[in-house]
Design a protein around this ligand. Structure first.
Ligand code: SF4
Length: 479
């Protein structure tokens, strides 16, 4: 199976968002000066980024042009760039560089064939300079690129040069310039040469892991500090009680469980439901009996519990409940349904806007996790029959547009961080054997504010759990 390289690189792009930018890219962004990029690239070979950055700075304080570099002695250059790897050899090459550049009118050339004629410049350096300094299509193949492309089985090569030549044939040109910086950052932070962190890698479920020995993590260490959250629309908690609800909750074995559509008021809940071993429960019900309602089970003791959005128009329907912990909020939401004739679409859109404002305010304090039945499939991939449902509740342009706004505001659809496959649904109609035929919708989500991104470890759909027309969804989170 060939990997979907667009998807793999998009996932890596997100995963390394907070990683340090490779020093050569950083210098290019800061200076846009091919000479500095060339010199920094020569220095960076077999040297840690932080060492390269400091050595480049010292050297550029004395010389930022070929003519200024020509004024420095080899010993001075060596002293300035120490302790980069092979600093004496690099000093010798840098001393010769101004002279060699004369054949190109004292400017850094922008082709690989010309660059490799310069002292200390191999194909890797040349490719890097062409792509980073000049923004021209070139594939720099660092050892990380060579290694990771083989792990993904995108290539099957023995040397970086073979990898470069193969990538030139098969890698779409739109990825050429960026692939090196992406995979260097990814290779330094997650897919490390020794003990890659497959356990937290967003590609772990789809990566071929060719020849990989993931880092070893003892059971305790792996789970230390990680929390498991479940969200489940039970479509009537009293109905599901008869199907073994307490056993299902025990089986799910999560730290916090958000329940939607309880369709019950607290005095209608049995002891079996409210007192599940090991959990404290909190409930927010609608004024109208047998309608809507949300609840939480938690093993952790919250600092605070907040009921609703603070707006009577919505709070009388018991749709929102929030637990506050030291490092995060978790809000459990049952979004309104727009109705079969879209008669409640306006109400739903008002609710959506109010919820987004609520979440944005909380995010200013600390990360917020939002879970629940959003009653909207965001994209065509999120339901079986998108074309037939464009005018139906849950897939109208207005509802989907709000979901766009929500995501653009920085709330991450955690499931899609890890899984881009179609036909991953969380709700199926009770009619037409829809669940058996997997004619469904993905309308249940775990979303996390941008400031909680680093804590997201995994997101899953638990399609094998029965008892409702929805199945539970799960988030693994490290606060
Ligand atoms: S799953 Fe492991 S081997 Fe594959 S890309 Fe992620 S860290 Fe690398």
């Amino acid at each position: 199976m060939t990997v979907d390289i667009d998807h793999f690189l998009a996932v890596v792009d997100k995963a390394v968002k907070d990683a340090d930018v490779p020093v050569v890219d950083l210098i290019a962004v800061q200076t846009r000066d091919p000479f500095k990029v060339l010199v920094a690239t020569i220095l960076s070979s077999r040297t840690k980024d932080e060492v390269t950055a400091k050595a480049s700075k010292r050297l550029f304080n004395k010389a930022t042009t070929p003519s200024a570099l020509a004024q420095l002695s080899e010993e001075t250059i060596a002293g300035l760039i120490y302790p980069v790897g092979f600093y004496k050899t690099k000093a010798r090459h840098l001393k010769k560089l101004p002279n060699c550049l004369e054949q190109f009118s004292a400017v850094v050339p922008d082709t690989i064939d010309e660059l490799v004629q310069l002292p200390g410049v191999g194909r890797k350096t040349a490719n890097l300079v062409v792509s980073v300094a000049f923004g021209k299509p070139a594939i720099c193949v660092d050892t990380h690129v060579h290694r990771i492309m083989n792990i993904w089985k995108y290539v099957a090569t023995k040397t970086p040069l073979q990898t470069e030549m193969t990538l030139r044939k098969i890698l779409p040109e739109r990825h050429w310039i960026k692939v090196n910086s992406l995979l260097v950052a990814f290779g330094q932070s997650i897919c490390r040469p020794v003990g890659p962190k497959c356990d937290i890698c967003p590609l772990c479920r789809i990566c071929p892991q060719q020849g990989v020995v993931p880092r070893k993590i003892g059971g305790k260490k792996k789970n230390r500090g990680e929390l498991r959250f479940i969200s489940w629309n039970v479509n009537g908690i009293r109905a599901v009680e008869k199907k073994g609800f307490a056993d299902i909750i025990a089986e799910l074995n999560a730290d916090i469980i958000g329940i939607q559509e309880t369709k019950a008021q607290p005095d209608q809940l049995s002891e079996t439901i409210t007192n599940i071993d090991g959990y404290t429960s909190f409930w927010h019900s609608a004024e109208r009996k047998g309608y809507s309602g949300v609840g939480f089970y938690t093993r952790l003791t919250p600092l605070n519990v907040e009921y609703g959005l603070g707006d009577v128009e919505f709070d009388c329907e018991g749709r929102v409940i929030t637990l506050e912990f030291e490092k995060f909020f978790i809000t459990n939401i049952y979004f309104p349904n727009a109705g079969s004739e879209l008669q409640r679409l306006d109400y739903k859109l008002r609710f959506d806007r109010s919820l987004l404002e609520f979440a944005k305010k909380k995010e200013l304090i600390k990360p917020i996790i939002l879970c629940g039945d959003f009653n909207v499939a965001h994209k065509e991939i999120d339901l079986k029959n998108p074309k037939n449902n464009e005018k139906n509740a849950g897939f109208t342009p207005e509802e989907r547009q709000w979901m766009n706004t929500f995501v653009e505001a920085g709330f991450i659809d955690t499931f899609r961080m890890f899984d881009q496959r179609p036909e991953q649904y969380t709700w199926w109609s009770y009619r037409f054997s829809a669940r058996k035929r997997n004619i469904g919708w993905r309308i249940d989500y775990f979303c996390v504010s941008e400031n909680g991104r680093k804590g997201i470890r995994d997101a899953l759909i638990k399609q094998d759990v029965m008892g409702s027309d929805h199945c539970p969804v799960e988030l693994v989170y490290y606060p």
